[in-house]
Design a binder for this molecule. Sequence first.
Ligand code: ACO
Length: 330
Amino acid sequence: MESKVEAVGILGTGRCMPEKILTNNDLEKMVDTSDEWITKRTGISERRIIDEKTPSRELGIIAAQKALQNAGLSAEDLDLIIVTTATPDYLTPSTSCMIQNGINAKKAAAFDMNAACSGFIYGLTVAQQFIMNGTYKYILIVSCEQMSRVTDWKDRATCVLFGDGTGAAVLGPVEKGNGIIATNIGADGSVGRSITIPCCYSNDEDREKRVNDKINVINMDGSEVFKFAVKVMDSATRKVLDYAGVSIDDVALIIPHQANIRIIDGAAKRLDVSKDKIFVNVDRFGNISSASVPVALDEAVESGRIKKGDYVVLTGFGGGLTWASALIKW
Ligand code: ACO
């Protein structure tokens, strides 16, 4: 066991997106929808769809290797791999075990966790504890999602919203005062039925809700989730800022879960921040569940939108229902 550390930060990030692009115009040929409706109601223009024969772990492995390279570490350095996913390749073996094997991280323990779209920030919070208390030094988080495989392509209310992709981050000790300053994670299971994807069990209500004959697909009460999302992204962000005594004006960039541009704009308005402080890629990728935040984070780092010393807020919401925010000093 390592001695206790004073701060934990993100040492490197990576992403791997499927090559295939599904545009709103493509969707017009599949369901009764229009580019105009999707753009106006969601801000999404296109999304990436994973190849039929490719398991999401394969993209996750590439994202993980990029994150390790950017962190200047190798797979043998890893003590733990956490995969966040609501759409694993198998229920068992876990995606984390398959990625451990794929990157040859021989000494790493591995487990999957599911907090839906809040997953990456939940993972960050868990990983931070293991490193802070000295149990582990280097932890890899990989967020792997293949929403297209649980999408009912005949349900226009949901099929226009989601996409596939993977994002990763390597965490380790950093200098005191840097890295993850505060996190806030939460859940409200009483409203959990607002988003469901049945798996090993389903009931009559689940069967009645389906549009098509598939049962293990997303069903969602969009307007309920919408109201919840705007509220919790605001309150969870305020909590991490208050805890750290940091003003929203001092934050250089906010990276919200990319579900819908109207949700992002609504949260920004409540937080009273200008749009140029909010990172947006929902137009290109749609909602990729837990991969949304790490993919956006990797793009923000790569494009120079985050500089050393910047305060960055990650915030999201998702199935469960869950929410999560983190304040990071980069
Ligand atoms: N194309 C055209 N019309 C559509 C479509 C579509 N793709 N989907 C719905 N409509 C219609 C509806 O049938 C309805 O028609 P009606 O008025 O004749 O009944 C009309 O458009 C309005 O529907 P609403 O559901 O009220 O539209 P709204 O403005 O609420 O937008 C949306 C729907 C985009 C789903 C929005 O509620 C939303 O983004 N909610 C949050 C969803 C979300 O974030 N989910 C994921 C979070 S968790 C996770 O990621 C796993």
